[in-house]
Design a binder for this molecule. Structure first.
Ligand SMILES: Cc1cc2nc3c(=O)[nH]c(=O)nc-3n(C[C@H](O)[C@H](O)[C@H](O)COP(=O)(O)OP(=O)(O)OC[C@H]3O[C@@H](n4cnc5c(N)ncnc54)[C@H](O)[C@@H]3O)c2cc1C
Length: 474
């Protein structure tokens, strides 16, 4: 590790690679995010502009034995872009090119700094017949980071977690070697990962520990000409699950999301002392329905109404109608979007445990997680959706908190630790695992999983300089 005194010399050497103005030591000694995870310290923050510069920075880091922590926006909500062993923060925002857009294979190749807002604008202008899939993450966050982290977006019901959308990558390894995976490793075009040995997974959910991805191929889907979004109210978890399950299993719907009542209260401006009155729904579902023709859309709408009724859900509203009455809901209606009620919560803290697991344990897991939040003094804020055609579901438990209140931060930490164990107890696995959640995952994993991960890391980063502190113990 460099010493603080060596930082100016390191910054000069890095400036020789990326140019003056793209290296700074200012702010490097206090790198924080919006979560309960403590701030970290680096020696220098560097902003490369090309793959070649990333390669040269990593070669220099290797020579000097320096840790490297990649980051784009730093909004992962798990503390996993906070440097834990000093060294270099590799800020990838300047790598923001959309390198290729292939209308024929329906793929796009992006650099890490490409944001959701940027990709949406590009597709709207250059390929209105195609679409990507968007999270509730802020529009300024990285499309690639979300995919590398196996995130969940608004087409994850038909197409699964975001790692599945990656058709191949270019990455720079810890020693500066540039590698490629997927079809783009062999031919000119990242149409898919098959039929080669699937090495792309080495970079998915590994949180920057296996290398810095400088390009990723991502699949697009045809943009549906006819679309409708509904909100529906569920008064208990059983009805919410029955509706999600029934809609998912038809294979006919783009998205079925579920949020519990505190999200609605926050959306409408409440912050503290949230209380649900007896006549208010427990959760609202948002249901995206599309069709290649008006008739297809209408048929899917009829089927959805029938399935919702059978699940005991009668209150169904077209978003367009609701928006006229409640303009606040626009934040949830068009993606990408800024959920300012989460980002600007007084005190600025946002934490969650999100996980993927079996539908059979969803109701019990959701109830137990909501009760855990309440026991720790937080409203029972749940986010969920069926994924990959209903093969698995999301359980995400959210806490907004005051980062300036040490006791509240401690409460959040204890609560998130308990929630990570709780979801694992219900057969769910945390995604975007914080260091703490990763430890809990590994403690329960088959020893052969930890062994394989250790060997992969030994092969790609024997000195453990890449985003140190992630997947601890491997
Ligand atoms: C209000 C809010 C709502 C959100 N909603 C969702 C949601 O609905 N679905 C969802 O999936 N996520 C959601 N997120 C999480 C997150 O914002 C997204 O996944 C986002 O795209 C991450 O991008 P980032 O630029 O913040 O990544 P960062 O935090 O900068 O990086 C994420 C991780 O990837 C590593 N990394 C970054 N770039 C590279 C690279 N090129 N090579 C190797 N490693 C790299 C970093 O070291 C870090 O470990 C939400 C976040 C917020 C604040």
């Amino acid at each position: 590790m460099a010493t603080r005194a060596a930082a100016p010399a390191l910054a000069r050497a890095l400036a020789g690679i990326v140019g003056d103005g793209h290296v700074t030591t200012v702010g490097a000694d206090h790198v924080a995010d919006i979560t309960e995870h403590p701030p970290g310290r680096a020696d220098v923050v560097v902003h490369p502009g090309t793959t070649d510069e990333v390669r040269a920075v990593l070669a220099l880091a290797r020579q000097r034995g320096l840790p490297v922590t990649p980051v784009v926006a730093g909004y992962n909500v798990a503390g996993i872009a906070i440097p834990r062993a000093g060294g270099i923060v590799l800020d990838l925002k300047r790598l923001d090119r959309i390198v290729a857009l292939d209308h024929d294979t329906m793929t796009v190749v992006v650099e890490p700094g490409v944001t959701f807002a940027q990709l949406k604008a590009h597709l709207d202008a250059e390929a209105p017949e195609l679409a990507y899939t968007y999270p509730f993450a802020p529009p300024f966050t990285s499309v690639m980071a979300n995919a590398l982290l196996d995130g969940l977006n608004n087409l994850s019901l038909p197409h699964g977690a975001m790692g599945q959308w990656i058709t191949g990558v270019e990455a720079v390894l810890a020693d500066g070697t540039v590698v490629r995976t997927g079809s783009g490793a062999v031919v000119d075009g990242w149409f898919g990962r098959a039929p080669l040995p699937d090495l792309t997974g080495l970079f998915v959910s590994t949180q920057g520990t296996t290398g810095v991805v400088t390009r990723a191929g991502l699949q697009l889907v045809p943009a549906a000409p006819h679309r409708q979004r509904w909100f529906a109210f569920a008064y208990d978890l059983e009805a919410a699950y029955a509706a999600m399950r029934a809609l998912a299993r038809t294979g006919s719907y783009d998205d079925v999301g579920c949020m519990s009542w505190p999200s609605a209260k926050l959306l409408f401006g409440a912050t503290r002392g949230l209380v649900r009155s007896d006549d208010e729904p427990l959760a609202f579902l948002f249901i995206d329905i599309t069709g290649a023709s008006g008739d297809e859309l209408a048929a899917r709408e009829r089927l959805a109404r029938d399935l919702l009724r059978r699940a005991g859900i009668e209150s169904v509203f077209e978003v367009a109608d609701l928006l006229r009455l409640m303009p606040h809901l626009a934040k949830l209606a068009e993606l990408p979007t800024t959920l300012d009620f989460l980002l600007d919560f007084p005190g600025g803290g946002l934490a969650w445990v999100g996980s993927y697991g079996p539908g059979g344990a969803w109701v019990e897991g959701a109830a137990a997680g909501m009760a855990t939040l309440e026991r720790h003094g937080f409203p029972p804020f749940l986010v969920a959706r069926p994924m990959a055609g209903g093969h698995y579901y999301v359980l995400r438990f959210v806490a907004c908190f005051d980062k300036g209140d040490d006791r509240e931060v401690e409460r959040v930490r204890a609560c998130m630790g308990e929630l990570a164990d709780l979801v694992l107890d219900h057969g769910y696995v945390p995604y975007k695992a914080s260091a703490d959640a990763a430890e809990r995952i590994l403690a329960r994993a088959h020893p052969g999983f930890a062994e394989l991960l250790t060997r992969v890391r030994d092969a790609l980063d024997p000195e453990r300089r890449m985003n140190p502190g992630r997947w601890p113990g491997t």
